[in-house]
Write a protein that binds this ligand. Structure first.
Ligand SMILES: NC(=O)c1ccc[n+]([C@@H]2O[C@H](COP(=O)([O-])OP(=O)(O)OC[C@H]3O[C@@H](n4cnc5c(N)ncnc54)[C@H](OP(=O)(O)O)[C@@H]3O)[C@@H](O)[C@H]2O)c1
Length: 293
């Protein structure tokens, strides 16, 4: 049974994970107990239409965050999408939460943040350290890969007959954003905080990229094979396809980390938290193929 009396705030509520978290929260607690934080005033209307209060604050504006967190008991801090600027932004949010007297922070980190070789993990490690140092009770939601990260390239893979990457035979235990959003809300609304917690969250099943490409081929009825390449070749191919260089480098680094097992986890902590199996990756592939053909 969710804590019905606490006041909850979800940051990044205009984003994909944030919107799903708000939806999951509204299934558990009254709308009057839910507050959404967005940075763009124009993003408020669809959230207000759900009957919830919307507050405005950018992660770069500590004073605005402190005002936004006033009266909030439990905060879901969704990590910023501004890679490279996230550590100071998240520190602003944590300091603001401390000053506003927030009683609990759940933060969306990255799988195995303490040991992850991924470049992306560094900002999460800094944030986790800041949360620990703040003295605010916390839960670290160490989210694995979204299956949607991989299905985003389904149309291109069908078109070219190839899914490119540098993940080698590394296995990926991904889950959908909805799975992670439900887990975040389960943790956020838990009646009792059994002390500070670290949750390694990932899909029940794992796959290699060769298996993933074969599944696209099966669902589409067209040949699609996984084409593995070096990290440098992968970065260059992504840049040639139009991605900004620094982002291409991060994606290629994530694939190289995948080859080392960085995105694999068989703990099944996620399905235990949400009380159902995680969404099968084949189902997400099938949906993406239907949308692509
Ligand atoms: N586990 C994974 O596979 C994976 C994949 C991608 C991302 N992530 C991480 O998980 C987070 C949530 O994922 P998502 O798919 O929901 O991403 P998303 O759709 O891009 O949403 C990001 C959210 O962060 C907000 N935001 C960005 N910069 C901000 C700032 N300076 N101040 C306040 N809010 C700011 C965005 O606001 P606007 O709507 O105004 O832009 C948006 O609401 C991402 O931000 C990223 O840190 C994880």
């Amino acid at each position: 049974m969710a804590n019905q009396t606490a006041k909850y705030l979800v940051t990044g509520a205009s984003g994909q994970l944030g919107a799903l978290a708000v939806e999951a929260l509204l299934a558990r607690v009254p709308a009057g107990n839910v507050v959404a934080l967005v940075r763009r005033p124009e993003a408020a209307a669809p959230l207000e239409a759900k009957g919830i209060e919307v507050r405005i604050g950018d992660y770069t504006d500590r004073a605005a965050l402190e005002r936004a967190f006033n009266g909030i008991d439990r905060l879901l801090l969704i990590s910023s999408s501004e890679i490279g600027q996230r550590a100071p932004q998240h520190i602003n949010a944590i300091e603001a939460a401390k000053a506003a007297g927030v009683g609990f922070i759940a933060y969306t980190s990255i799988l195995h943040a303490d040991t992850s070789p991924l470049m992306l993990a560094e900002e999460h490690r800094v944030t986790e350290d800041a949360i620990r140092a703040s003295g605010i009770p916390y839960a670290l939601l160490r989210n694995g890969w979204y299956t949607e990260n991989k299905t985003g390239s389904v149309a291109a893979a069908i078109e070219h007959g190839a899914y490119i990457g540098a993940a080698g035979e590394g296995r990926i235990s991904s889950a959908t954003r909805r799975d992670y959003a439900e887990a975040a809300v389960a943790v956020l609304t838990a009646d009792e905080t059994a002390g500070n917690a670290v949750h390694e969250l990932a899909g029940d099943e794992s796959y290699s990229m060769a298996e993933f490409a074969a599944e696209i081929a099966r669902a589409a009825g067209k040949p699609v094979a996984y084409r593995d390449m070096s990290q440098a070749e992968h970065a260059a191919a992504l840049e040639a396809a139009g991605l900004p260089g620094p982002f291409a480098a991060i994606l290629a680094d994530s694939d190289a980390g995948t080859a080392k097992g960085a995105l694999e986890d068989d703990s099944r902590t996620l399905s235990a938290l949400i009380g159902r199996p995680t969404t099968p990756w084949r189902e997400t592939v099938a949906e993406a193929v239907r949308a692509a053909v």
